[in-house]
Design a protein around this ligand. Structure first.
Ligand SMILES: C[S@@+](CC[C@H](N)C(=O)[O-])C[C@H]1O[C@@H](n2cnc3c(N)ncnc32)[C@H](O)[C@@H]1O
Length: 249
């Protein structure tokens, strides 16, 4: 079992696989000027078990394609969504976010919470742009520095984990260079990080180690999560997830 598969096993029973909240998803819809009376074609890329997909489907009319690399996450999404009263229809799709089977100009909204880093922010937002209609909205959350300078051990940790760690203004510049009009941005709250992500993740560790503790990689994943959580508590002034809302013009 490789690292990605072990991570999937660790995260599959949790509601979220990254920081976020229902309020955050709704705030993005407001900043994007989305009209709940209209019907939208939406792609939710790297949807995981679909926490944000469900909020979108409960709030908006239309069709949502929920894309993830892991079928198990999408199976969980199907079970979770079956318990909800939704307005939009949701179609799960197993696909890689850098090789999507969509026609150009298909979507009104491309959504992606905490997932674009898998192919890199610059590549993702450039590649996905073709799938948006003119006037369509890109809503993407991405780990970002919130200050120009930060402690060396933090910088070393996150740039080791993700080579495209940049400041918010650099992320905005990348969106502008790709030809988007940036409509807004904000950073995720502590609740998104701690109550909705790290605490449920820490709770999942013991069952995960009972089942997969014979893999050295499982211990490495748990140690890295704990370190990440400790770093977040210590250094949260220096980084967060930025949510970026942009329009294809
Ligand atoms: C940090 S999780 C975020 C999940 C969800 N959006 C959330 O916020 O709870 C990143 C997601 O990206 C998915 N993923 C990783 N690489 C992918 C790829 N190449 N194509 C599609 N999905 C991918 C993972 O399976 C995972 O569900």
């Amino acid at each position: 079992m490789n690292e990605m598969e072990l991570m999937m096993q660790l995260h599959r029973n949790n509601q979220r696989q990254g920081p976020g909240s229902e309020d955050t998803t709704r705030l993005v819809l407001t900043l994007a000027g989305i009209n709940p009376e209209m019907s939208y074609k939406i792609a939710d890329i790297g949807c995981g078990t679909g926490a944000q997909t469900i909020t979108l489907a409960k709030t908006l009319k239309g069709d949502i394609v929920a894309v993830d690399l892991f079928e198990d996450f999408l199976e969980r999404l199907k079970k979770n969504i079956a318990k909800e009263q939704t307005l939009a229809s949701v179609r799960p799709l197993v696909a890689s976010m850098d090789d999507l089977p969509f026609q150009n100009g298909t979507f009104d909204i491309i959504w992606s919470e905490g997932a674009v880093y898998n192919i890199g922010f610059r590549q993702g937002i450039n590649y996905w742009k073709d799938f948006l209609k003119t006037g369509g909205i890109l809503a993407v959350s991405e780990l970002s520095w919130t200050t120009k300078e930060r402690p060396a051990e933090l910088e070393e940790f996150w740039t080791g984990e993700y080579s495209e760690m940049n400041t918010i203004s650099e992320k905005i510049q990348i969106l502008e260079e790709a030809g988007y009009k940036v409509l807004g941005h904000f950073i995720l709250s502590d609740v998104c990080w701690i109550a909705n992500y790290y605490e449920p993740l820490m709770d999942a560790h013991s069952a995960f180690l009972k089942r997969f503790g014979h893999h050295a990689m499982a211990h490495h994943i748990v140690e890295t999560d704990r370190k990440e959580f400790d770093f977040y508590k210590k250094y949260k002034n220096y980084y967060s997830y930025g949510f970026y809302i942009a329009q294809k013009i």
